[in-house]
Design a binder for this molecule. Structure first.
Ligand code: HEC
Ligand code: HEC
Ligand code: HEC
Ligand code: HEC
Ligand code: HEC
Length: 244
C-alpha cells in the first residue's frame, strides 16, 4: 500500500511537471505589442472574432515555432499606438501577395508553386488557390492525405467541371507519400548505409516541394519510383537490424 501511495505521488509530481512544461510551451510569453494587445481581455470583449484568430495562431505550427506577427504582417510591434502599429499589416497577406510572404521562409514550395497554372490564375483574377486556401491562414496546418481530397474538391468537382478527377489523384499520391514517410522513419533508424539514407531523404524533400508545381502526373510517376526505392531500402534495413 505504502509503495502504491509513493508511486502515485511520484507520478502525480511528474504529471504536474509535465503539465507545467506543456503550459510553458503552449503559451510562450511574447514581448511583441501586436500579440499583447490582440490577446488582452478587453480585446476579447470588443473584437471576439479577431481575438479568436490569435488563439488559433498560438496552437498552429507557426505559433509553436514562435513566429512573430510581423514575420508575415510587417507593421511595428514596438508600439501601443494602433495606427503606427497597423501601418501596412494587411498588404503582405492580400491574396496575390501571399506566395511571396510565405516564400520568404518556404522557398522550395514557393519556387515550385510559381511554375503552376494555379499561380498564374491567382495573379490574374484570384480564381485559383493561394497557399492559405489550402493550408489555412492563422490556423496554418499540415495537410494530411485524409484532408487533401476535400481541399481540392472545393473547386475540382463535377458541378464546376474543372478537372473533377484531380481530388482522387491527389489523395492517391498523398497516401503513397504517407507510406514513404513510414518507410523513411524505419530506414533512417535501422539502415547501415548512411549515404543511401541521405540521398533518399533528399529525393523525398525534393518531391514534396515539387508537389507544389501541381504537375500531378509528373509527381505521381516520381512518387511511384521513390516508393519502389524505399521498399528496397526497407528490406535491406530489416536485414541490417537482424544482424545487430
Ligand atoms: C493597441 C492595440 C493594438 C496593437 C498594438 C495592434 N493591434 Fe491590430 N488591431 C487592434 C484593433 C482594436 C483592431 C480592430 C480593427 C481596428 O479597430 O482597426 C485590430 C485589427 C488588426 C487587423 C485586422 C485589420 C483589418 O482591417 O481587418 C490586423 C491584421 C492586425 N490588427 C494586426 C496587427 C499587427 C500585426 C500588430 C503589430 C504590428 C497589431 N495588430 C498591433 C488593436 C491592436
Ligand atoms: C505565417 C504568417 C502569419 C503570421 C505569423 C501571423 N499572421 Fe495574421 N494573418 C495571416 C494571413 C495569411 C491572414 C489572412 C488574410 C486573409 O484571410 O485574406 C491573416 C489574418 C489576420 C487577421 C484578420 C484580418 C482580417 O481582416 O480579418 C488578424 C487580426 C491577424 N492576422 C493578426 C495577427 C496577429 C496578432 C499575429 C501575431 C500573433 C499574426 N496575425 C501572425 C498570416 C499570418
Ligand atoms: C518567418 C518564417 C516563416 C514564414 C513567413 C512562414 N512560415 Fe511556415 N513555417 C515556418 C516554420 C519555422 C515552421 C515550423 C516547421 C518547419 O521547420 O518547417 C513552419 C511550418 C509550416 C507548415 C507545416 C510544415 C510541416 O512540415 O509540418 C506549413 C504548411 C507552412 N509553414 C506554411 C506556411 C504558409 C502558407 C505561410 C504563409 C502564409 C508560411 N508558412 C509563412 C516558418 C515560416
Ligand atoms: C492546392 C493546395 C495547396 C496550395 C495552393 C499550397 N499547398 Fe502546400 N501543401 C499542400 C499539400 C496537400 C501538402 C502535403 C504534401 C505532403 O504530404 O508532403 C503541402 C505541403 C506543404 C508544406 C510541408 C512541406 C512539404 O513540402 O511537404 C509546406 C511548408 C507548404 N506546403 C507550404 C506551401 C506554401 C508556402 C504555399 C504557397 C507558395 C503552398 N504550400 C501552397 C497543398 C497546397
Ligand atoms: C480555389 C479553387 C481551387 C482549389 C481549392 C484547387 N484548385 Fe486546382 N485549379 C483551379 C483552377 C481554376 C484551375 C484551372 C482550370 C483550367 O485550366 O480550366 C486548376 C487547375 C489545376 C490543375 C491542372 C494544372 C495544369 O497545369 O493544367 C491541377 C493538377 C490542379 N488544379 C490540382 C489541384 C489540387 C491537387 C488541389 C488540392 C490540393 C487543387 N488543385 C485545389 C482551382 C483550384
Amino acid at each position: 500500500m505504502v509503495g502504491a501511495t509513493k508511486g502515485s505521488i511520484m507520478s502525480y509530481t511528474r504529471l504536474l511537471l509535465v503539465s507545467l512544461f506543456v503550459t510553458l510551451v503552449a503559451t510562450p510569453v511574447r514581448a511583441d505589442k501586436c500579440h499583447q494587445c490582440h490577446k488582452s481581455r478587453e480585446f476579447k470583449v470588443t473584437h471576439k472574432k479577431l481575438y479568436d484568430y490569435n488563439v488559433n495562431f498560438e496552437v498552429s505550427v507557426h505559433g509553436i515555432a514562435e513566429l512573430e506577427c510581423t514575420d508575415c504582417h510587417g507593421g511595428d510591434d514596438n508600439t501601443d499606438n494602433l495606427e503606427i502599429a497597423h501601418k501596412g499589416v494587411l498588404a503582405p497577406v492580400r491574396y496575390d501577395k501571399i506566395p511571396e510572404t510565405c516564400g520568404k521562409c518556404h522557398e522550395d514550395q514557393h519556387d515550385a508553386f510559381v511554375t503552376s497554372h494555379h499561380y498564374q490564375l491567382l495573379e490574374k483574377d484570384g480564381s485559383a488557390p493561394s497557399c492559405v486556401t489550402c493550408h489555412g491562414s492563422m490556423d496554418m496546418d499540415f495537410i494530411f492525405a485524409t484532408k487533401v481530397k476535400s481541399t481540392c474538391l472545393f473547386c475540382h468537382n463535377h458541378e464546376s467541371g474543372i478537372f473533377p478527377q484531380i481530388p482522387g489523384q491527389a489523395e492517391f499520391i498523398l497516401s503513397k507519400l504517407n507510406i514513404i514517410k513510414g518507410y523513411k522513419g524505419y530506414v533512417e533508424t535501422h539502415a547501415d548505409d548512411k549515404d543511401m539514407v541521405r540521398d533518399l531523404g533528399d529525393a523525398y524533400n525534393k518531391l514534396t516541394s515539387r508537389w507544389h508545381s501541381f504537375d500531378l502526373d509528373g509527381v505521381e510517376a516520381e512518387t511511384r519510383t521513390l516508393l519502389g526505392e524505399y521498399r528496397k531500402a526497407k528490406a535491406q534495413a530489416m536485414k541490417d537490424r537482424k544482424k545487430k
